[in-house]
Design a protein around this ligand. Structure first.
Ligand code: ZN
Length: 459
């Protein structure tokens, strides 16, 4: 069989990496990166808690040993050791005897998918919580006492990430990025980590024309810290791929870069067609994963995604049902073959076929312009109370808290993403689907928050 060796690596990594409790910092990330280093070496870096990265600050490091809820007779109703999704990531420690009514508000379930445990985080608000199957709520009795334990620690430490630069004949670089902060879930994003390391191994075996920058970071805060540390090393990057959600059961989804028809987009579509792969096409939206930081106004690096069951869009997204039964090594292998073919096609490009965005092309419009004061990555929104503090719920198809929240977040993030001082309200409206009035009102709100300025004299 073709790619027998790769398939064996995939299956081994699934088993080794799936059970590890990862978060945006801590030993779970370190252990996971070390396991990946066994397949192909890359550099591991650590940034201290408290370090400023653009508008963000590296938080304290979080680690966890154990957590449970047990009856007073010692019978455990919920046990972190059975599934690490049971604990809200970044929960502060607690050890107390409580009645159900006293801790009820710290329990998170998904009534629409009663047999799944949701994935929730509280990175930037000191809180604690448990996640459980909705159907298991009936195990609790109002007047009984329960022993609550979360044996976690939150103290100054480090954020850990990995990187490797493969130097080609040319300095022009392509980014291959993924994130390593999700605990036990298969498609989002164990699959991305596994494909990423296979691609690193593959590319090291070639003599390449272009250079390839491999980045594996905790989502959002990790990529923001990476970009903050490497701001001046990225001039040669002409595009990239966010390697995520690549082993689900369904057809490929091609998610365009924000430029839509960049050379990276063209190569991706050409390769999907060459391999006769069925795919659906989706246009860029600024509410996605780390592509929204790479493509933020200060960087504007076009990033393409090629997913199989893309984040947000499958029922088990951010739940315990996104497990090893949902993903498969065959599916991931198809993603691997697609990517290796994309790389072969990229390598055939001529240097003069690379496109660079002309940021000034829109300045002739007579409409209003706003400019972000934080062009490098997204500003830290939750510290300004502009973003929901409980993570994991947004755009989760099975979540009940569907909310105006999501429309608000999409409007907020779209306004931030496009307001580079060169894109008019009218253009932002047509790109994002929000009305000009909605964009203008959000922009004025961001002026009040000192995140935006209104550009004068642009005619
Ligand atoms: Zn996710």
């Amino acid at each position: 069989m073709k790619n027998k060796f790769e398939k064996a690596i995939i299956e081994k990594l699934f088993i080794e990496l799936f059970p590890i409790c990862r978060s945006i910092t801590g030993d779970g990330v370190r252990k996971s990166l070390k396991i990946l280093q066994n397949i192909s070496q890359f550099n591991i870096k650590e940034i201290s808690s408290g370090t400023k990265c653009f508008d963000w600050t590296i938080p304290d490091e979080w680690n966890i040993n154990d957590a449970y809820i047990e009856r007073s007779n010692g019978e455990k109703i919920l046990d972190f050791k059975n599934n690490n999704l049971h604990v809200v990531s970044y929960s502060t420690p607690i050890k107390e005897k409580m009645k159900f009514s006293e801790f009820n508000s710290h329990l998170h379930t998904l009534p629409r998918m009663p047999n799944s445990i949701p994935y929730r985080t509280t990175y930037y608000k000191k809180d604690w919580g448990f996640c459980l199957k909705h159907e298991d709520l009936q195990k609790f009795k109002e007047d009984e006492d329960y022993n609550i334990l979360i044996d976690s620690s939150l103290k100054p430490g480090h954020l850990t990430y990995g990187e490797f630069l493969i130097k080609g004949e040319l300095e022009d670089e392509i980014i291959l990025s993924t994130y390593c902060c999700h605990p036990s879930m298969g498609n989002d994003n164990l699959s991305g980590m596994v494909l990423w390391i296979l691609l690193l191994r593959y590319l090291k075996s070639l003599k390449t024309k272009f250079s390839y920058r491999f980045i594996i970071v905790p989502e959002t805060i990790g990529v923001i810290s990476y970009l903050s540390e490497n701001k001046n090393n990225l001039e040669n990057v002409f595009g990239g791929f966010e390697v995520t959600c690549v082993a689900g059961p369904n057809d490929f989804v091609y998610n365009s870069s924000f430029l839509e028809n960049h050379v990276i987009d063209k190569i991706a579509i050409k390769t999907l067609d060459e391999l006769n792969l069925k795919f659906t096409k989706k246009s860029f939206k600024p509410i996605g994963s780390d592509e929204r930081q790479y493509s933020s106004p200060g960087f504007r690096i076009p990033i393409v995604l090629l997913c199989r069951d893309q984040y947000h869009d499958y029922d088990s997204y951010h739940t315990s049902l996104d497990n090893l039964d949902f993903i498969s090594s065959e599916s991931l292998l198809k993603s691997y073959i697609l990517y290796t073919k994309i790389i072969q096609n990229l390598e055939e490009l001529d240097k003069n076929e690379l496109q660079v965005e002309d940021k000034t092309k829109n300045t002739k419009s007579k409409f209003s312009f706003y400019s972000t004061l934080n062009p490098y990555c997204e500003p830290m929104l939750s510290k300004r109370k502009l973003y929901p503090e409980l993570g994991g719920t947004l755009f989760q198809s099975s979540s009940d808290t569907k909310s105006e929240n999501e429309k608000y977040v999409e409007l907020l993030v779209s306004t931030l993403f496009y307001s580079d001082g060169y894109t008019s309200i009218e253009e932002i409206s047509s790109k994002s689907g929000f009305t000009e009035l909605e964009i203008e009102q959000m922009s004025d709100k961001l002026v009040k928050e000192k995140l935006f300025e209104r550009k004068k004299n642009v005619r």
